[in-house]
Design a protein around this ligand. Sequence first.
Ligand code: T46
Length: 130
Amino acid sequence: MHKLINFQIFGDERGSLISLESFKNIPFEIKRSYYIFQTSPNVSRGMHAHKNLKQVLIALSGNCEIIIDDGKNKDKISLNCPSQGLYIEGLVWREMQNFSSDCVLLVLADDYYNEEDYIRDYNKFKNLIN
Ligand code: T46
């Protein structure tokens, strides 16, 4: 399952501010955050599914595309605005591509890094959802 979340912007003549809070505008307790930046041109990242992890992806600057594949349908989402987050949960295959050179992709996660939670083999992913 995935959905876009629109964050409220607190703006005034000084600029804009967005606050991210567990169980308020982020639908889980944030245990980890990481960011992807200075991505090489024309590369794809991701190419895996997670067994349990919930995440919200936010393009803080620049833009990129996220492909979500639930095994039946593929959805391509453009992230190009720091006031929008892509929430991803459940068993879905994800790929990130077409990063602009200035893209900074922030990811909030509901658990610590655990390689055991990754499914990096597409056939294994397909078998699990069928
Ligand atoms: C995801 C997408 C959106 C860590 O040591 N700690 C971490 O928290 C993370 C996320 C990664 N790493 C190490 C593991 C690898 O040696 O950083 C290296 C690159 O990770 P990876 O190849 O998994 O990066 P992406 O961009 O393909 O995927 C990442 C997340 O791993 C993944 O959970 O959903 O971003």
